[in-house]
Write a protein that binds this ligand. Structure first.
Ligand SMILES: Nc1ncnc2c1ncn2[C@@H]1O[C@H](COP(=O)(O)OP(=O)(O)OP(=O)(O)O)[C@@H](O)[C@H]1O
Length: 599
């Protein structure tokens, strides 16, 4: 409730501001609103998605120039004659143009990783800036003047205090739809981009699509800001759309808090006010003119990044009472309908098979002629000393990697050209040797990621929260799986604050949430206490009885021997034994491998 009051007070203050503030302050607020819209896109792209872009200002320019051209050109080309010089048509064209450019640039740059993406964004930022400046139809470096003011319901927004309402209304809607998006199935996939791409693909998430979605949304927010800017100033030239401004937008995102939608507003506000204040104040103490504010601002930003790398919004959140923060807890509707489940294969059916799999890394043969079979309703352990090649085999079986020779078959289909995402969609799920969770997300949301493939509603539904029914069903499934693995008391705990053992169990719940028929577990018992291991063994036995096929790589021999049906033993990349636990325990080759000699 308290948060709701805060928002209502904020909105009333915003509404009253133009009635009491002088024109100059309104102009500043207009700029803050325009900047915040661009920074909001960067929060999605950089803060949440982990992709750094220096090129947002160029998208602002596309939005501004599109409307400037359409509303001021006397003789528009034939194909644009339908626009009739209307600013609203200018908005539509600007957004379409931006979407096309963003899709093209995204297709070229989003597959690049590391520093290539930021460099790519610098390159397009510079080239679009020079394009604006060199095209004579766009007024060259002089720009285009004489843009009309906007008109809504017969009211002309010809003054700063009038267009103020439109700018801030659009910004508030943008913040609302962005928060909706982030708190949805699509949003969880987007949040998994930063640091969890391998995991996300293994949960059936198309990470490239998620990247493209946020790239597109951030570009459209920027174009919208450009359109508003053009009709606020009623003049455009290339200067505000250059690289310098692209860097400023990034600074605003970092200062506010790149991972929070409200951080966008805070960052835009703080940097704009600070710049203004320094411009007024510094000449008084330094004397004369000079761009001292740029230097001081640069130093302040370095200081801030040292002291508050999460941004100012995070500091503000930490200062609020804990009870306020808990209001963010996601509520699970237990009356929501259950998700449909796949019928499990018949007990004993062959589900997964490796046929003579060899994997070479240069001269090193990590897997040599490995064959194994996994059937419905059995638990198979893959064991062997360190470096035996178990993880490499695990990667071949889950299509993270492909064999140099031989093949892996899942449900009678060869995995040779399949990605881990496709394999997940076919019904295989997995956990990781080094736990891959999203540490700041709740246990519930982490597990709900596993159910991604079982939902259908896309981005448009998410933006306007039209997917609530489906979302409740996904969350109910996640809650069910958490209860099932014994973590029902930790639904709202941040995954990063659980013990390592609990995190491993959480990964199993996430894997189960995808409704698989084959479960691959990489060292599930590592880091678990005795009681936790017993509980895990109990759970795996139950899953086996239900008909699931489970393959585990494990070092804990007590755990393995008391649980599994069959064991495959590896050494130096090869299978040295296969059989029942009691056979393996007395197998001379196995004793030799583990103990260095048979008794
Ligand atoms: N990507 C790679 N490039 C080169 N060598 C690799 C690669 N992955 C694994 N290896 C090598 O392959 C061999 C088998 O490694 P692997 O990780 O599969 O063994 P493991 O049985 O899982 O070991 P552990 O129990 O310690 O996890 C090791 O010698 C390892 O160094």
């Amino acid at each position: 409730m308290k948060q709701r009051y805060l928002i209502i007070i904020g909105l009333i203050t915003l509404f009253l501001a133009p009635l009491v503030l002088p024109t100059f302050q309104i102009t500043l607020l207009n700029y803050i609103g325009l900047y915040a819209l661009v920074v909001l896109g960067l929060v999605l792209l950089t803060g949440v998605g982990g992709m750094t872009s220096f090129g947002q200002a160029a998208f602002v320019g596309l939005g501004a120039y599109a409307t400037a051209y359409i509303t001021t050109t006397e003789q528009l080309p034939e194909w644009l004659s339908w626009t009739a010089g209307s600013p609203w048509a200018g908005l539509l064209v600007g957004i379409l143009l931006t979407a096309v450019v963003a899709l093209f640039l995204g297709a070229v740059t989003l597959k690049l990783s590391g520093h290539y993406l930021p460099l790519g964004t610098i390159a397009w930022g510079i080239s679009l800036y020079y394009l604006f400046g060199t095209m004579s139809s766009m007024g060259g470096h002089t720009g285009i003047s004489g843009l009309p003011s906007l008109n809504i319901f017969g009211i002309s927004l010809d003054k700063g205090e009038k267009i103020y309402y439109l700018i801030w209304a659009i910004l508030m809607v943008a913040i609302w739809i962005t928060s909706n998006l982030l708190n949805s199935r699509e949003g969880r996939a987007i949040r998994a981009l930063k640091g969890g791409q391998l995991m996300a693909e293994s949960m059936g998430i198309n990470t490239f699509r998620s990247k493209m979605v946020i790239f597109l949304i951030s570009a459209i927010f920027a174009a919208l800001s450009g359109w508003l800017y053009a009709h606020t100033q009623r003049f455009v030239n290339p200067t505000p759309f250059g690289l310098q401004m692209g860097i400023d937008y990034l600074f605003m995102a970092l200062i506010g808090g790149a991972a929070s939608v409200w951080g966008a507003l805070l960052g835009a506000g703080v940097l704009t006010m600070l710049k203004q204040w320094l411009q007024d104040f510094l000449p008084l103490i330094m004397g004369g003119s000079g761009q001292y504010e740029t230097i001081v601002l640069g130093l302040l930003i370095i200081f801030m990044m040292q002291r508050a790398p999460g941004g100012l919004w995070l500091i503000l959140v930490k200062l609020t009472p804990v009870s306020w923060r808990n209001q963010h807890r996601i509520k699970v509707d237990t009356s929501a309908a259950d998700l449909p489940r796949q019928a499990l294969p018949k007990k004993g059916d062959l589900l997964l098979e490796a046929r003579h799999v060899t994997r070479r890394f240069g001269g090193l043969v990590a897997n040599n002629n490995m064959s194994l079979q996994l059937h419905a309703g059995e638990v198979l352990a893959l064991i062997g000393p360190n470096g035996a090649g178990k993880s490499t085999m695990f990667n071949q079986l889950s299509a993270v990697d492909s064999p140099s020779d031989g093949e892996v078959l899942f449900l009678n289909q060869s995995l040779s050209n399949k990605t881990s995402r496709q394999v997940a969609q076919m019904g295989m799920s997995r956990t990781f040797q080094h736990v891959k969770l999203l540490p700041t997300m709740s246990a519930l949301e982490n597990v709900a990621l596993g159910a991604h493939m079982r939902g259908k509603k896309g981005v448009l539904n998410a933006l306007f929260h039209l997917e609530r029914d489906e979302e409740q069903r996904l969350l109910k499934e996640a809650q069910y799986q958490l209860n099932r693995v014994g973590l029902g008391d930790h639904l709202h705990t941040e995954a990063g604050s659980l013990s390592l053992g609990q995190q491993r169990i959480l990964e199993i719940a996430r894997a189960l949430c995808s409704d698989p028929c084959v479960l691959l577990l990489d060292e599930p018992a590592a880091g678990l206490r005795h009681k936790e291991k017993q509980a895990l063994a109990g759970l795996l036995k139950k899953l086996r009885a239900e008909g699931l096929a489970i393959l585990l790589v494990e070092h804990d021999m007590d755990f393995v021997m008391n649980l599994v049906d069959r064991i495959v033993v590896m050494e130096f990349g090869e299978k040295i034994a296969e059989g029942l636990p009691e056979e393996i325990q007395t197998n001379p080759a196995v004793l030799e491998a583990y103990l260095g000699g048979a008794e």
